[in-house]
Design a protein around this ligand. Structure first.
Ligand code: SP5
Ligand code: ZN
Length: 334
């Protein structure tokens, strides 16, 4: 095998541990986006690749300021400062403009759901996760090599001025902004089970967005991806049929990759979620990918002409994650 692959590992996520997810109503489910996910994916990657791991401790304040609105970032800081040590914040009032409300009532203008609590450690973890993405992109730009960002919390549901779906800042577009600066083109290819409704907002000619995802009406973020708001230039969305299985999935992935060819990107940011796995409990329209499916996905990416930044999004079967990550890594060798 060639030189070791460089991986960027945020550390602050260990303290980001919300307890409950009210997405399915009351009573809540246990928050599935847990620290052990990163350890599991890391263990799998280390079985499949020779890795040089860089621990990331800094926070990507500036990079995040380039993507996310000032009043949104200010709210996230204000609510963090207002929380008690063991408190989790979920808004109770949802209006388009709560800018004059006191801090605990302001959050409902920056999210549309009650499944993503904010704890005192959450925003520091999210800034540190974005920094892992930024560092991986900077390293890739300098070295011309592939890179890995073990982002947690994930990012693809975070828009310019909204959080949700366990995401706060858009890590993939933090990386894509670095990689497309100075005239480069960076395709963002999202294979997480869910449509990245945050990433859609950031798509541009220099950083087009491609996503392959489960039915977004049946699943989070519960919207029609064919709706005009999502039918934008530089956005390429493919809904997976429920029960599509490995072969059908790979055929649709090949179609998407053929369209990625047409934009002639230099780099790909792969928003890699393992929640398409058949054993992942998050699914309401199961896709049924297995380890050989992840290996085949990795192999398809390895055959690409572009450099690839592999960036972690979702994936909640903590027991199965190491195996899926190892399979992907065995496929992605070059
Ligand atoms: C990054 C990412 O993958 N975010 C996903 C957020 C999903 N939040 C809603 C979860 C609802 C879980 N319901 C599972 C019911 C299974 N029948
Ligand atoms: Zn997901």
């Amino acid at each position: 095998m060639s030189s070791p692959l460089r991986a960027f590992l945020p550390v602050a996520h260990e303290d980001h541990r919300p307890r409950w997810d009210f997405s399915d109503g009351y009573p809540p489910i246990e928050y599935p986006e847990v620290p052990a996910r990163v350890a599991a994916v890391m263990a799998g990657f280390e079985r499949g690749w020779e890795l040089t791991v860089e621990r990331v401790t800094a926070e990507a304040e500036d990079a995040v300021a380039g993507l996310h609105d000032a009043d949104y970032r200010e709210f996230l800081g204000d609510i963090t400062a207002a929380l008690q040590p063991d408190e989790e914040y979920i808004p109770s009032i949802f209006h388009g403009d709560l800018s004059k409300a006191t801090v605990r009532f302001r959050g409902g203008m920056f999210t549309a759901e009650i499944g993503t609590p904010i704890t005192p450690a959450t925003i520091a973890a999210a800034l540190n996760s974005a920094e892992a993405a930024r560092r991986a992109a900077e390293w890739m730009r300098a070295s011309g090599e592939d890179a890995v960002a073990l982002c947690r919390p994930p990012g693809h549901h975070a828009g310019r001025r909204r959080y949700g779906g366990y995401c706060f800042f858009n890590n993939a577009y933090v990386a894509a902004s670095v990689l497309s600066a100075g005239g480069g083109r960076c395709a963002v290819l999202d294979v997480d089970y869910h449509l990245g409704d945050g990433s859609v907002e950031f798509a541009s000619e220099q950083a087009p967005y491609f996503s392959l995802h489960a039915d977004p009406w049946a699943n989070y973020p519960h919207l029609d991806a064919r709706w005009d708001g999502y039918r934008r230039p530089h956005v390429d969305l493919t809904d997976l049929p429920a029960g599509v299985g490995r072969d059908g999935y790979l055929a649709l992935l090949d179609d998407v990759l053929a369209r990625v060819d047409t934009v002639a990107a230099d780099t790909i940011v792969l928003s890699l979620g393992f929640d398409t796995a058949a054993t992942d409990g998050i699914q309401d329209a199961p896709v049924g990918l297995d380890a050989p499916g992840f290996e085949a996905m990795g192999a398809r990416l390895a055959r690409r002409r572009e450099r690839v930044l592999i960036l972690l999004e979702g994936g909640y079967d903590v027991t199965g994650l190491a195996g899926y990550a190892e399979a992907f890594a065995r496929g992605f060798r070059r």
